[in-house]
Design a protein. Structure first.
Length: 603
């Protein structure tokens, strides 16, 4: 295969043009090889210890970049042509060869017609491998027309054609691969069955297109023919982290106090005996906010207590945001600057909202690092393919990464009001609809658990993004969300961070952060709720409990709550307006906020 140069943005090296993805560029179908092919001398290293602690041993590197026009020696990434098989728009001839003009490769046939990539490729069902359909072998097998000795031993390797004719049938039956050497012809309708390739004796090579075949390394999984642009051909696994001063959540600080107590070893040594309960009571009496049951539970964890100290990325970010909000105006420097303020004492007009919203923060500067771990193909349960497939396992793997700088708004909601609301039977029953659908879908289990607080805050985030697209000067696709909504943590979280970040500049212009000021944030949130109070698809939308991909949305559609999928953490799933604004039988978390404002406006 030849090497192809193409200019792209840095962020596109993670998505959509990341390692292993099929991309169409000006009529070419390309795929990027793994990072072992990178020129590491021209790929700058990015520092983010918080992210590496989750990814494992390795190095974060940004793809080689340059400004201006590319020269022969300019640092670049490789993109391999895939699929290699193409057909000519003029003479319809199938070929793996590329035309040449004055010594240079061109995407044209010898007859002058443009070469078009074949629309079908072969994907491994469970091994996450992908390869060309061996069209010559496939065209000479099957039951169409019988098999004769002449056909069986056909050697006309350069005589395949891609024939399209309505006389041959409808749909895929009208598309056929024909060998003009032996007059063998076979329709694409015989290609797309789940076991079609297996019946024809076509086996998985166990590699990616840029890899050489590995002798003795056989993949036993079956192949299936799919369209090369199918979404399931590439399921990327990305991870991002905010570059913040790591803060330890309160639960971990309390646990450290318990472990360091002089009597804690006695509790561990007694292993749940009668003395352990007595000593645990002594420790609980000396440490505020700790019960004997907490001490015994911590002692029972034994060696696992070390693992519990490894903070989840969002846990550390939540703790850092809470600390910044409590400190008020931020006079510091660096890449994490947040001006925090508590909800002001308001009139009765806004009391329903301010009683549920504790504080907000104007995030004047934030640095985010995004990395690509690897990918899977066809199925969320398929084998994971790391972003670095280098043969030398002793060196540290390279993760493609990009750093972005931006601004945002952070909202912290009242934990007590949230906890009281989410235990209501009607609320839990509504959220359980999504939880049950998530459990029966293998790929959906990668999404967050749709507990009531997550669905409600996630929906509020989408409503804010849609409103901010009108007020901030940024398109909705330029805004992103980060939801902190978990009740199963030792430190419960209930917050939303909406931000914008650019990888091609050292910051943004302040159009978003100014809307986080006290005099603008509350009207902004009220306007977002008002926009969603009536959807253009109501009453169908508000009464629905099965919308979106795999029916993982309830009362949420493009008319009211959906945003760009690149802006959403869960790809526009796990949304419901009823859990925010209320419904016929469901009390929403903010269901009486608009009513209060309207009553005060129109007494």
């Amino acid at each position: 295969m030849e090497r192809i140069l193409h200019d792209l943005r840095l962020s596109e090296t993670l998505s959509p043009f990341g390692v292993g993805a099929i991309v169409d560029v000006l009529g070419e179908s390309l795929m990027a090889p793994d990072t072992s092919w990178w020129d590491r001398g021209s790929a700058p290293e990015i520092s983010c210890e918080r992210l590496l602690s989750r990814l494992g041993p390795g190095v974060l590197r940004q793809a080689p970049a340059h400004s201006g026009r590319a020269a022969k020696g300019t640092a670049h990434l490789l993109y391999w042509r895939f699929p290699a098989w193409r057909y000519c728009e003029g003479c319809t001839k199938l070929s793996q060869l590329t035309g040449k003009s004055k010594g240079r490769f061109t995407n044209h046939c010898e007859c002058g017609g443009a070469l078009v990539p074949m629309r079908y490729v072969a994907v491994c069902l469970k091994g996450s491998h992908i390869q060309d359909v061996p069209w010559f072998k496939w065209a000479h097998r099957g039951n169409d027309g019988g098999v004769t000795d002449t056909v069986r031993f056909c050697r006309a390797y350069t005589e395949l054609k891609f024939v399209r004719s309505s006389r041959l049938g409808e749909g895929l039956r009208s598309l056929r691969v024909q060998c003009t050497g032996c007059d063998r012809s076979r329709p694409l309708s015989e290609l797309v069955g789940r076991e079609s390739l297996h019946r024809d004796g076509i086996r998985c090579e166990g590699t990616q297109p840029w890899e050489d075949p590995k002798p003795g390394d056989v993949c036993d999984h079956h192949l299936v023919a799919v369209q090369r642009g199918a979404t399931g051909n590439y399921l990327a696994e990305r991870l991002s982290a905010l570059d913040i001063p790591e803060e330890q959540p309160q639960s971990e600080r309390t646990a450290d106090l318990v472990r360091s107590h002089v009597y804690f070893e006695k509790v561990v040594a007694d292993n749940g005996g009668p003395q352990a309960e007595m000593v645990a009571g002594w420790i609980a009496d000396e440490i505020e906010g700790v019960s004997p049951k907490d001490v015994l539970a911590l002692a029972a964890r034994g060696d696992e207590s070390e693992e519990s100290q490894l903070l989840d990325l969002k846990d550390g970010e939540w703790a850092a945001f809470v600390k910044k909000l409590e400190n008020g105006r931020d006079h510091g420097a660096g890449d994490f600057i947040v001006d925090g303020w508590r909800m002001p004492a308001t009139s009765d007009r806004f009391s329903a909202l301010t009683s549920r919203l504790i504080s907000a923060g104007q995030v004047r500067r934030v640095r985010e690092v995004r990395a690509l771990r690897g990918f899977r193909r066809h199925d969320a349960d398929a084998d994971f393919i790391p972003a670095d497939l280098g043969p030398d396992r002793r060196r540290r793997p390279v993760y493609p990464a990009v750093e972005t700088f931006g601004e945002g708004i952070f909202f912290r909601f009242d934990e007590t009001r949230m906890s009281d609301w989410e235990v209501l039977p009607e609320v839990r029953a509504r959220a359980d609809i999504l939880a049950q659908r998530r459990e029966v879908s293998s790929w959906a289990q990668r999404l967050d658990v749709p507990e009531p607080r997550f669905v409600a805050l996630h929906t509020i985030s989408h409503l804010l993004i849609r409103r901010l697209a009108f007020a901030s000067g940024y398109a909705s696709a330029a805004l992103q969300e980060r939801i902190y909504a978990h009740s199963d943590r030792p430190d419960r979280t209930a917050g939303i961070f909406i931000y914008t970040a650019a990888g091609d500049a050292q910051g943004t212009l302040g159009g978003l952060v100014r809307l986080g000021a006290p005099d603008k944030a509350l009207p902004l949130l009220l306007a977002a709720l008002s926009d969603a109070d009536v959807c253009s698809n109501d009453p169908v939308c508000i009464e629905s409990d099965r919308q979106g991909s795999s029916q993982l949305n309830l009362s949420a559609c493009h008319g009211c709550a959906l945003v760009s999928e690149t802006s959403c953490e869960t790809g526009n799933r796990l949304l419901d307006r009823q859990l925010v604004l209320g419904g016929a039988n469901v009390p929403g978390f903010l269901d009486n906020v608009l009513d209060q404002v309207r009553r005060s406006t129109n007494p």
